[in-house]
Write a protein that binds this ligand. Structure first.
Ligand code: IPM
Ligand code: MN
Length: 354
């Protein structure tokens, strides 16, 4: 099969974890007789530095002319510490999500048996955790009206959702639930927010189309609590953009390291695959970042964008092997004796793909 993949390394540790992932993908392609055409493009602070904007039109063209996008990370402290900056790397990510119509962010959280004791939570609370968040990604407070009034001394951001936006996200949630344990949790704040009441009303009206799915409605504050108490009681969760942003960071540490969790952003057409961690600037260029979240994002890409399930499964298998054999970067090293470099972990994975 011919696979055309846009490659957007981005900022910080992005290029390093992407390099290892490309090595792994090429090894998989060789084994299964695929041909990958990598289309390189700029995003984030590196794009601002090069051409003055974080998601240049040229990058957009590369993305829409590819079958999938593999993305590293975005963000740079030079911009974080300057609230008056007009152009920010993160705007590139938001623009990319919007222009590519990526309205659903799929963020799984699962545990690895060899890392169970690395989790900040007790073993009995997390064993068996295997949940997926579907976070709405192109609406809500991220994209609502915002501004200043009272001569700049008051600021506002608004959360707006249409029934259609909720419906298309919820549909993906119901469909995913049907392929799993048929449990869906709608996370909202319907006791306070009008937009949440529309979420609840819309999802309730869809229940009749999926009679086998058991839907629970829970408030976001309660979910934040239960996620650390009994994460293994959840399966598929759907929620709006900001709630999803916060809860998926919370959920990501359950596995033992944020450097392990992959994600996919999907919508009408092309899919984008990225680790859920950020650009981790303190580690950039040191060859110490954990590449596994990006490698696992590539597994999701093989499965979801190309329907190549065996290829995805092989990647997951070699990642499991690296963890159980202790070939891991320093974020996981407490459980093991020696820390390996980012590139050494990549080499190990490639060596196992034969
Ligand atoms: C994420 C990130 C982004 C978000 C930032 C970088 C804009 O935190 O992908 O979760 O808030 O969506
Ligand atoms: Mn986030």
């Amino acid at each position: 099969m011919q696979l055309k993949i846009a490659l957007l390394p981005g900022d910080g540790i992005g290029p390093e974890v992407i390099d290892q992932t490309v090595k792994v993908c090429n090894a998989v392609a060789k084994k299964f007789n695929h041909k990958i055409q990598w289309m390189h493009a700029l995003t984030g602070a590196s794009a601002i530095d090069a051409v003055g904007e974080p998601y240049p039109e040229e990058t957009h063209q590369v993305c829409i002319n590819s079958d999938a996008v593999l993305f590293g990370a975005i963000g740079d402290p030079r911009f974080d510490n300057d609230p008056s900056a007009k152009i920010r790397p993160e705007q590139g990510l938001l623009k990319m999500r919007q222009k590519l119509g990526l309205f659903a962010n799929v963020r799984p959280t699962f545990t690895f048996p060899s890392l169970i004791d690395k989790s900040p939570l007790k073993r009995e609370r997390i064993e068996g955790t295997d949940l997926v968040f579907l976070r709405e990604l192109t609406g809500g407070i991220y994209f609502g009206e915002r501004g200043r009034k009272d001569k700049g001394s008051t600021a506002f951001d608004t959360c707006t959702y249409s029934r259609e936006e909720i419906k298309r996200l919820a549909k993906k949630g119901f469909e995913l639930a049907m392929t799993r344990s048929k449990k869906l949790c709608c996370v909202d704040k319907a006791n306070v927010l009008e937009s949440s009441r529309l979420w609840r009303e819309t999802v309730q009206a869809m229940e009749k189309d999926y009679p086998e799915v058991k839907v629970a409605y829970e408030f976001v504050d309660a979910v934040a609590m239960r996620l650390v108490q009994w994460p293994n009681s959840y399966d598929v969760l759907i929620t709006e953009n900001l709630f999803g942003d916060i809860l998926t960071d919370e959920a990501s540490v359950i596995s033992g390291s944020m450097g392990l969790m992959p994600s996919a952003s999907i919508g009408e057409d092309i899919g984008l695959f990225e680790p859920i961690h950020g650009s981790f600037p303190q580690a950039a260029g040191k060859d110490i970042a954990n590449p596994l979240a990006t490698v696992l994002s590539a597994a999701m890409m093989f499965e979801m964008s190309f329907g190549l399930l065996e290829e995805g499964a092989l990647i997951r298998k070699v990642v499991d092997q690296s963890l159980s054999e202790g070939i891991v970067t320093e974020d996981l090293v407490e459980s093991f004796s020696k820390a390996y470099k980012t590139s050494e972990v990549g080499d190990y994975l490639v060596g196992k793909i034969v």
